[in-house]
Design a protein around this ligand. Structure first.
Ligand code: URP
Ligand code: ZN
Ligand code: ZN
Length: 460
């Protein structure tokens, strides 16, 4: 059914104006004043609301076999949670095991998502092994529309790549014009620090951060950017958490390295003291890189404001506290790493970014939507409200007031890391390609509406 959004206060990364938005099929086909809706069209009055382009989460783990278990969401719960929070497109990490072929992994993730995702999705293709066979298959996966890689410079003996593999992955990425996203920590330093701490009897979750301090993350960033420089490859640092790592990334950028930076809503709002909570409660807040000292938060907000950091993601990786985080009750290195946030990212960023004056509305749209679309080959199909773009719209109610709670969330996990935090604003209506998927916190749409988004390489 065609859709008319009347009196929309449209906020893009680069402008704001009031108009009606006419959506036909899956696309925005007209933006004008006083559009008359023909009979049969759905009309939504947006008076008093803000209308944003659908938000994009560039880093999620809906399906993730990891540390001896699996992340709790599936594409049904994860995508609906994303939509309730205003996220209409996700980039899930497709991560085959080292012994698995990339094509097998790609098929597995595609099968998990296909017919189950309510929001649009694409993948970053993880390179967990690089040899001739993997290379041939990676070429095929890029041809199939996955125009970004992922490497882990962490998780020694599991997902991490060797230096030789990193070298050849970046060389291939450069040749194909794809960007490589990277988890940056020095895996050897982490492994040695973990051993030391455990040997000293320090087994609780509060030891997670000391086992991977800021300089270990900064060393990972330096490593990545050095390899990227040799190939003139384009790289994107996922989940950057601290000032030390930021400085190294920005120094590399000043030397001409093509490096972009993502941070997470978690790092902006919660800190290492959460992982120090007693009675193993801290395990809920174990992720890598770890939550840091609060002093880093001002640095990250400032970097978002100035454009030094391009995106705010979630790294959504949900593991139940009661049954999964407890795998590490006697050994913090066995706590499944990850903090769920896919449902709350946008509302938290709006509340604690825009409403506090740390970000203006345009910076907010840029870091939560537009920049990811541009970096990863989706713009202007996604990330903006303009004629010809997909009709992914978030009609946002800035007068809503609520409190975050696991009791009312759609995410399929038994806690919420932001429990009790107030939000001031939430999506009133969310559309994906013209289909109304959410109304006032409830999923009301088509559970299988989400599509795989094919992307072309854009980093030649
Ligand atoms: O702790 C995290 N970040 N878990 C998810 C896997 C990853 O490293 O992104
Ligand atoms: Zn990571
Ligand atoms: Zn991740």
């Amino acid at each position: 059914m065609p859709l008319l959004i009347r009196d929309a206060d449209i906020v893009n990364a680069d402008g704001r104006f009031t108009a009606d938005i006419w959506c036909e099929g899956e696309t925005i086909t007209r933006i004008d004043r006083n559009i008359t809706a023909p009979p049969g069209a759905e009309v939504i009055d947006a008076t008093g609301k803000l209308v944003f382009p659908g938000f994009i989460d560039p880093h999620t783990h809906i399906y993730l076999p990891f540390m001896g278990t699996f992340s709790k969401d599936d594409y049904t719960s994860g995508s609906q949670a994303a939509l309730i929070g205003g996220t209409t497109t996700i980039f899930d990490m497709c991560i085959p095991g080292r012994a698995e072929d990339p094509l097998t992994g790609f098929q597995t993730w595609s099968d998990k998502a296909s017919g189950r995702s309510a929001c649009d999705y694409t993948f970053h293709m993880a390179v967990t092994r690089f040899d001739a066979k993997a290379e041939a298959q990676l070429r095929e996966i890029v041809r199939a529309g996955v125009a970004s890689f992922k490497v882990f410079l962490a998780y020694k003996g599991a997902l991490g790549v060797s230096d030789e593999e990193l070298y050849h992955t970046l060389r291939l990425a450069k040749e194909l014009g794809v960007i490589t996203t990277a988890h940056c920590e020095n895996e050897t330093l982490v492994a040695e620090k973990q051993k030391e701490l455990l040997a000293a009897g320090r087994t609780g979750p509060e030891n997670h951060e000391p086992s991977r301090p800021p300089i270990v993350e900064a060393a990972g960033v330096h490593h990545l950017t050095t390899f990227a420089a040799l190939h003139d490859a384009h790289v994107y640092i996922v989940h950057l958490s601290c000032e030390e790592a930021l400085r190294v990334a920005l120094e590399a950028r000043h030397r001409g390295v093509n490096v972009w930076i993502e941070t997470l809503i978690q790092y902006l709002l919660i800190d290492r003291t959460y992982a120090e909570r007693p009675n193993f409660e801290g395990a809920k807040y174990v992720m890598s890189p770890p939550l840091r000292d609060r002093r880093n938060q001002d640095v990250l907000w400032h970097a978002l404001r100035t454009g030094a950091i391009s995106t705010v993601a979630t790294d959504h990786a949900p593991f139940d506290f009661a049954t999964q985080k407890t795998m590490g009750r006697d050994d913090f290195t066995k706590i499944p790493n990850g903090i769920p946030a896919i449902e709350d990212r946008v509302n938290l960023l709006y509340t604690y970014g825009v409403r506090t004056g740390r970000l203006d509305l345009h910076q907010f749209v840029a870091v939560a939507s537009t920049n990811a679309a541009k970096l990863f080959g989706l713009f202007p199909r996604k990330g903006t409200i303009q004629i010809g773009s997909d009709a992914d719209l978030v009609i946002y109610d800035p007068t809503y007031e609520g409190t975050i709670s696991a009791a009312s969330q759609r995410m399929n996990v038994d806690y919420n890391a932001f429990e009790g935090m107030k939000i001031a604003g939430r999506p009133h209506i969310v559309t994906v390609r013209g289909q109304v998927q959410v109304r006032d916190g409830q999923f009301v749409g088509k559970p299988d509406h989400g599509q795989f988004l094919q992307r072309e390489p854009t980093h030649q």
